[in-house]
Design a protein around this ligand. Structure first.
Ligand code: GUN
Ligand code: ZN
Length: 465
């Protein structure tokens, strides 16, 4: 048994800031000089240094100075085998998949290519402050194995699964429903709940899934009710039309997944850009989740996620934020927050009624504004709630796993000197609001350079060079 301490300035959440309009700091917890005590990866004490240090007289303490320490970032939707296809020019979703993505992902059937890709994938994540992902793999089991193997070596909490597709892709890439079912069963047996790995039954998207493949997903979910379900939903207009044609008789996109019993707690639909009111309401009633992937939605021209709609208190939908890397052009969740803020601002221009007064909805417009509280909640505790893993990660609550990131507010684009222009003379934050202002600066002006250290399960896994 090893017990260690980390001393520093901590910022996490105890509640959802969208429930505290006008009083968002009540959702946060700021400890300017705190101590986090970790035993074998698990938090066993947390609070002001002066109050608890005497209870732990004999432990080694690492003092992280002049940083804001937040829980590790959670990426709710990312594609492991797209690590080497970032920045592919010129196409929207469906032609982009055909031209760039399927050929690259097919290479992950080769073990050495997948293994090397997994090292790059996790190196990039840790350098971005991300400690947990929900990830797609490819249609080759080797790719899924290598993801879980590398995650296990690094002791990271991941949710992932073999990514099923049996139509609307080249012959070399599609799988059969029978193989998908058999391979998924094997992988669930080998990895689900082993170490920090969790398994998601992962039909790639309804456009690429025949009724037979979705029936196999339904069977897997019936046989493994505690497994996650991860897919895409309503991302791009051409895709949505394609789903209507491929699944005749389905009332809308969500209905395809509902028909097979997949929509409930632990279901995540990535993107959710073009959902109807009825789909939002049904996702709310099912206690299912969606992922907001602003960088991807902008890069692929998919559309604008309605964050104010998803956070409607009358029919709140659980939500994670995601890079969707390589649809999104960065690994960084800080960059996702930058994109998310801008999408919220544009949505408010669309809502402000200047063109169509019937769109005006001031309550939705208020919810569209991504304050630092809402932003950092969404990639920590909120992301954990969206994935139903908030009993394990997402905050510094005692009993949770000690994943966290130390942010340096002085680091960003060279020469910009943005930190001293915005905030408290560049000094350490004194109040919760100081810290929130610095975090807003980091997400809007800063970038991955602000990530100084990333810790996984109580151990330092990354230190900026
Ligand atoms: N829909 C089906 N596959 C994909 C993918 O790889 N990326 C994105 N953004 N959407 C998808
Ligand atoms: Zn995706």
């Amino acid at each position: 048994m090893t017990t260690t301490g980390i001393r520093g300035t901590f910022f996490d959440f105890v509640d959802d800031p969208w429930k505290h309009v006008g009083d968002e700091e009540a959702s946060a917890r700021f400890v300017s000089d705190g101590l986090l005590v970790v035993e074998d990866g698990i938090i066993i004490a947390f609070g002001p240094y002066a109050e608890i240090v005497n209870d732990f007289a004999d432990i080694d303490i690492t003092h992280i100075e002049h940083r804001i320490i937040t829980p590790g970032f959670i990426d709710g939707h990312i594609h492991f085998p797209q690590t080497r296809v970032l920045g592919a020019f010129g196409e929207q979703l469906l032609p982009w998949l055909q031209k760039w993505v399927f050929p690259e992902e097919a290479r992950y059937a080769e073990r050495s290519y997948a293994k090397d890709g997994a090292v790059r994938f996790f190196d990039n994540l840790l350098a971005s402050g991300t400690t947990t992902v929900q990830a797609f793999t490819s249609s080759a089991p080797v790719c899924t194995e290598e993801l879980f193997e590398e995650a296990s070596r690094r002791n990271m909490r991941v949710i992932a699964g073999l990514t099923g597709i049996d139509q609307n892709a080249p012959d070399y890439f599609v799988d059969t429903p029978e193989n998908f079912y058999a391979d998924s069963k094997t992988l669930i047996g080998k990895y689900h709940n082993v170490g920090r790995n969790l398994y998601a039954i992962t039909p790639r998207f309804a456009f690429g899934a025949s009724p037979e493949l979705l029936e196999k997903c339904a069977e897997l979910k019936r046989e493994h009710p505690d497994a996650w379900v991860h897919t895409h939903i309503s991302e791009n207009p051409a895709e949505v039309r394609g789903v209507g044609a491929a699944h005749e008789g389905a009332e809308d996109y969500l209905a395809v997944y509902e028909k097979y019993g997949l929509v409930g707690p632990k279901f995540t639909g990535g993107h959710a850009v073009w959902l109807s009111n009825s789909e939002y309401r049904r996702l709310h009633e099912a206690e299912a989740s969606v992922t907001f992937c602003p960088n991807s939605n902008l890069f692929l021209g998919s559309g604008m996620f309605r964050i104010g709609k998803a956070t409607d208190p009358e029919q709140r939908v659980r939500m994670t934020f995601g890079t969707d890397m390589g649809g999104g052009n960065r690994f960084s969740m800080l960059s996702v927050l930058d994109g998310a803020y801008k999408v919220g601002m544009i949505n408010n221009t669309l809502l402000d009624g200047s063109v169509d007064p019937s769109l005006k909805d001031s309550a939705e417009a208020e919810r569209n504004k991504l304050s630092a509280y809402r932003a950092f909640w969404s990639i920590t505790l909120g992301g954990a709630e969206g994935l139903y893993i908030d009993d394990r990660v997402g905050s510094f609550e005692v009993g949770k796993e000690a994943d966290f990131v130390a942010l340096d507010w002085t680091q960003g684009p060279p020469g910009a000197d943005w930190h001293s222009s915005l905030i408290a003379d560049g000094g350490d934050p004194v109040t919760v609001d100081d810290a929130a202002n610095m975090l807003f600066g980091i997400m809007i002006v800063g970038d991955e350079r602000a990530v100084d250290e990333t810790w996984v399960f109580g151990e330092r896994a990354y230190k900026k060079g």
